[in-house]
Design a protein around this ligand. Sequence first.
Ligand code: KIV
Ligand code: ZN
Length: 514
Amino acid sequence: MSKDRLIIFDTTLRDGEQSPGASMTKDEKLRIARQLERLNVDVIEAGFAIASPGDFEAVKAVADTIRECSVASLARAAYKDIEQAAAALKGAARPRIHTFIATSPIHMQYKLQMTPDQVLDQAVRSVRQACSHVDDVEFSCEDASRSDFDFLCRVVEAVIAAGARTINLPDTVGYGEPGEYGARVARLMQAVPNADKAIFSVHCHNDLGLAVANSLSAVLNGARQVECTINGLGERAGNASLEEIVMAIRTRSDIFPVETRIVTEEIVPASRLVSGITGFPVQPNKAIVGANAFAHEAGIHQDGILKHRETYEIMRAQDVGWTNNRLVLGKHSGRAAVKARFEELGVRFDTPEEMETAFQRFKELADKKHEIFDEDLQSIAGNVATGDAEERFRLVALEAISHTGEKPRATVVLSVDGHERSSFSEGDGPVDAVFRAIEQEASSGAKLLLFSINAITTGTDSQAEVMVRLERGGRIVNGAGADTDIIVASAKSYLDALNTLGAAPREHPQTSGI
Ligand code: KIV
Ligand code: ZN
């Protein structure tokens, strides 16, 4: 029996980016969008075009670049939002406007301060306006799981009549329970007379840890689009995780009457890319993409696996992209080979100079470690594409000293707006000493919210990738740095964050024009 297609709508770049601290630059969004294209998702929600000029540019860049997936922009059910979304999507091969308004009594009364009739009217007007720009319009009834059922039916029927092709029923606050939520979807599809003219979609938040279960229950009850994110990133506790949805559908194909087009081998690379860019580490025991997801510790399990893999494994690690991170290049590899491998990984440099910088970084790294893996190249690409930040601070040299029983200390030499500066500090550890020494020059006053170190590949010669998150005056930025030396990687990540923050360096008499 042939199966229905389940549309995978990825909202990592929109709802995922709404996680506090997960904001991404345009270049970072483009890198993720290219990976989502390799993953073969059906729809990429690239952002919320009206939210800021930066969001508009990012949606436009993704729309202009991606050819194989539909590209969506979110828009409130409001005139200007829809015009901005349409403008940002002009260059898309398959543009989709995703417009929404809340339909629950609590949202309508307190947030919108609108009557149900006004909400209905606004929804219909907005869908008509969106349809005047693009053929593919999605409408979301925000807080659908807490909306009055009869009102929800009225809205859904009216927006389908107005031209919406996809109807999304978000569990905005993660309140749903699988049985109840699935039943609501099925009942709605039955009750709305023109339901057959649209695809029904779900978008579940994970406040009770039920986002994936709710989404799958909705699929069993007729939903044919699921909105989800890589690593379950998203507002508050996050969204339904793409990798869990896709692998549940595939592994339990005996139960689910649908299939997806996802190239599952691209799941782990996508997870690592999103984690690296946002600085949100993946917990080791996370299903599918956690470092331990396929690791067997108990002797009985190991014995079973050796005798017959399926005794303890329901999926194959390589099917989700856990390859033995292919050894690709070494210090004798030339420009052409390096460039070709970058291209295979979907990395495109905007200028020949950027490619040259990447090649030089590759050579420096190959001198330090023999084997260069895909993850190393991804990390180099991330560091070359420094985003839109101006590079005011650059690391020239550092020395960090750590002796048992003595206070760790560090001396850093920085290039600050092109002038070399040296500073010294003690600290609670060598990293703390380095950060304090940098702060003596930068005087950013920023608060360190997060510091995380990851080994990019295996082995003690692996590059360390360090993420820091800084906050100043309510603005939160991430910084990343990679190096085979953990202390150097830490310093680079701190400086990267300062550059993004646009910190003003401490004034020195010799450069202040006095
Ligand atoms: O959670 C939600 O309701 C949303 C909508 C805008 C789709 O993100
Ligand atoms: Zn959401």
